[in-house]
Design a protein around this ligand. Structure first.
Ligand code: NAI
Length: 328
């Protein structure tokens, strides 16, 4: 069977694709670019295409369907970049490739620690041989209450990771997890979360209901000096309100792996460009805000898992077998 792979990264994915091509007995066409109407012809003769987060609107899906493609897999957990309804109408099966929660959960704990220990300032000073202490005093997790919003795969792993630090843990989710409650962690209302948490960590998908759940009004209800960590989605936070909270001192620090309007910026080299995202520039400039470019997932385990599982899904599909990666 033949699979056309788009956005194949030379520096980390290519070698893995070649390894699994051989192991799984497939023929792969590797293309470094995002799929478009021009390079769609590379999928001629391929039953499956393999993509990442580039947009797959109906018009592009139509081109692939016209070339005989029957299966679209994305090397990501989320598939909101694919018009799934249009794909179904066009007879295309859509699949994803979820990876384990540990990479994002580890990264979250790192951002929490970096935020409470003022690591951005420390690194900046060390780099310029400023070895002074003033302004660098941190806090200890054992003295803090950490609130986790969203106790799915990642949120639960964050709670497990944090359980050894001696902090008080509280949680909020629309659906309470027995596993979390059995471990002695209390679910609280959002109102109580805002009132009690010294650190708030976000782990929910972005939906219409929770868009800007952290906003001027909810920030006002939080503890003075609250620290906010977001490795979920930028739209959960009203960035303008976050900036206001940091400027006023209400928010003591933040660790942001995701920001609003990051699409088109993150994963590209923009060092010589004037960016069209003012808020990102402001956030980057604060000494108590650590910004990273949607990296929490990016580990060796995750990259190998998505390459392997995206191809295994193609194989299941082609052999008419039960496919655990199919988006139902
Ligand atoms: P999951 O689906 O296992 O868990 C999500 C949890 O959020 C569920 O328990 C659900 O009930 C809860 N939830 C949904 N809407 C809610 C709301 N309005 N209020 C409170 N809780 C709500 O998802 P998983 O795998 O734990 O991922 C969480 C999020 O992490 C993803 O949706 C994604 O946005 C983000 N993510 C970020 C990555 C990164 O590299 N920074 C990588 C992977 C995921």
């Amino acid at each position: 069977m033949r699979v056309t792979v788009y956005n194949c990264r030379e520096f980390d994915e290519k070698e893995l694709f070649l390894k699994y091509e051989e192991e799984l007995g497939m023929e792969l066409v590797l293309c470094p670019d995002a799929p478009d109407t021009e390079n769609a012809r590379l999928a001629q003769g391929s039953e499956c295409i393999n993509i990442i987060t580039s947009k797959m609107p109906r018009s592009l899906l139509q081109v692939f369907a016209g070339l005989g493609v029957k299966y679209v897999t994305t090397r990501t957990i989320g598939y909101d970049h694919i018009d799934v309804a249009a794909a179904r109408e066009l007879g295309l099966t859509v699949a994803n490739a979820p990876y384990g929660p540990c990479g994002v959960a580890d990264y979250t704990v790192m951002l929490i620690l970096m935020t409470i220990r003022r690591m951005k300032r420390i690194v900046e000073r060390t780099n310029i041989q400023d070895y002074t202490l003033m302004g660098l005093q941190g806090r200890e997790l054992k003295d803090l209450t950490v609130g986790v919003i969203g106790t799915g795969r990642i949120g639960r792993t964050v709670l497990k990771n944090l359980s050894g630090f001696g902090c008080e843990l509280i949680a909020y989710d629309l659906y309470e997890s027995g596993e979390v409650k059995d471990s002695g962690i209390s679910y609280v209302s959002l109102d109580e979360m805002w009132r009690r948490a010294d650190v708030i960590s976000l782990h929910t998908p972005l939906t219409e209901d929770n868009f800007h759940m952290i906003n001027e009004e909810t920030i006002a209800r939080m503890k003075d000096g609250v620290m906010i960590v977001n490795t979920a989605r930028g739209g959960l936070i009203d960035t303008g309100a976050l900036i206001g909270g940091i400027e006023s001192g209400k928010i003591g620090g933040a660790g942001l792996d995701v920001v609003e309007n990051e699409f088109g910026l993150y994963y590209y080299d923009h060092k010589s460009d004037i960016l069209n995202n003012r808020e990102l520039s402001i956030l980057r400039g604060f000494p108590n805000v650590t910004v990273s470019h949607h990296m929490a997932f990016y580990t060796d385990d995750c990259v190998e898992t998505v390459v392997r599982d995206s191809l295994l899904g193609c194989k299941c599909f082609s052999e008419g077998k039960e496919n655990p990666w199919e988006v139902k």
